[in-house]
Design a protein around this ligand. Structure first.
Ligand code: IPE
Ligand code: IPE
Ligand code: MG
Length: 238
């Protein structure tokens, strides 16, 4: 297998509602179908040697949605973990989360805590699910944690580096995102990982998330291969 050199891939799984609407179905059935794609996409990432996968599943702004839709979303999420945990464990995949989980329904918190606990020693892959996650919130929270460490005499302001600050983010020791894929045609990041995406490649596909197949992901990976990541240098093309 060819090495793509992607350490961290991230997905903004968008378009569930429109997928359902197009079929005359209630929006929540779009989320249900969207959940089915998650494990397939995880498999394809693993098959391509991508160790870390981050998924934007619920933003700090998504609380603006109707309560019934929010409840459905968390129910599907619980079902997902109950169904897939054995598989993730077997693969050696560590479940992590980004975002403040304390606002989630208690039973959702429990299912997620259980998945994290069971997979905490897994070393092969990381499945980072972002729930009640907002990039601005991530940075403000990190700043507060750092300030507290300064107050406690554990850290010194003048010696703070980017790498050290990063450790305070939800993603802590995870590598920066190499490739971000957003489905559904929207071309924005909607408050997703502004720090972690600083040098990521972006792919926006019109496909709605419930239609996003392994084959579609492979096309994105092909597209990624053609990108010349210069990181401020002069790159391959010279
Ligand atoms: C993405 O699909 C899933 C979440 C935000 C949880 P949407 O529900 O945003 O679908 P659209 O954008 O309305 O089609
Ligand atoms: C972004 O999608 C959030 C997730 C995919 C979880 P949204 O559908 O909430 O984003 P906007 O509102 O169109 O920017
Ligand atoms: Mg959307």
């Amino acid at each position: 297998m060819e090495n793509l050199n992607i350490k961290h891939i991230a997905f903004i799984m968008d378009g569930n509602g429109r997928w359902a609407k197009k079929r005359g179905l209630p929006r929540h059935l779009g989320h249900k179908e969207g959940c089915e794609r998650v494990i397939e996409i995880y498999e394809e990432c693993a098959a391509n040697n991508i160790q870390v996968m981050s998924l934007y599943a619920f933003s700090t702004e998504n609380w603006n949605r109707p309560k019934a839709e929010i409840n459905h979303l968390f129910n599907y999420l619980e079902l997902f973990f109950k169904r897939e945990i054995a598989r993730l464990l077997r693969d050696g995949c560590q479940v992590r989360t980004s975002g403040d989980l304390s606002r989630l329904p208690k039973k959702t918190q429990k299912v997620i805590a259980d998945a994290k606990e069971k997979t905490k020693d897994c070393k092969n892959y990381v499945f980072n699910i972002c729930l009640n996650y907002g990039g601005r919130d991530d940075i403000v929270r990190a700043a507060k944690l750092f300030a507290q460490d300064v107050k406690d005499g554990k850290k010194d302001i003048d010696s703070l580096t980017e790498n050290e600050f990063q450790q305070y983010l939800y993603t802590t020791d995870l590598p920066p995102v190499d490739l971000l894929v957003r489905t559904s045609g929207e071309q924005r990041i909607s408050n997703f990982m502004p720090w972690q995406l600083a040098y990521a490649e972006f792919i926006f596909t019109p496909t709605y998330w419930p239609d996003f197949t392994k084959a579609e992901l492979r096309k994105c990976l092909e597209e990624y291969k053609t990108r010349d990541r210069r990181f401020g240098g002069i790159g391959d093309g010279k």
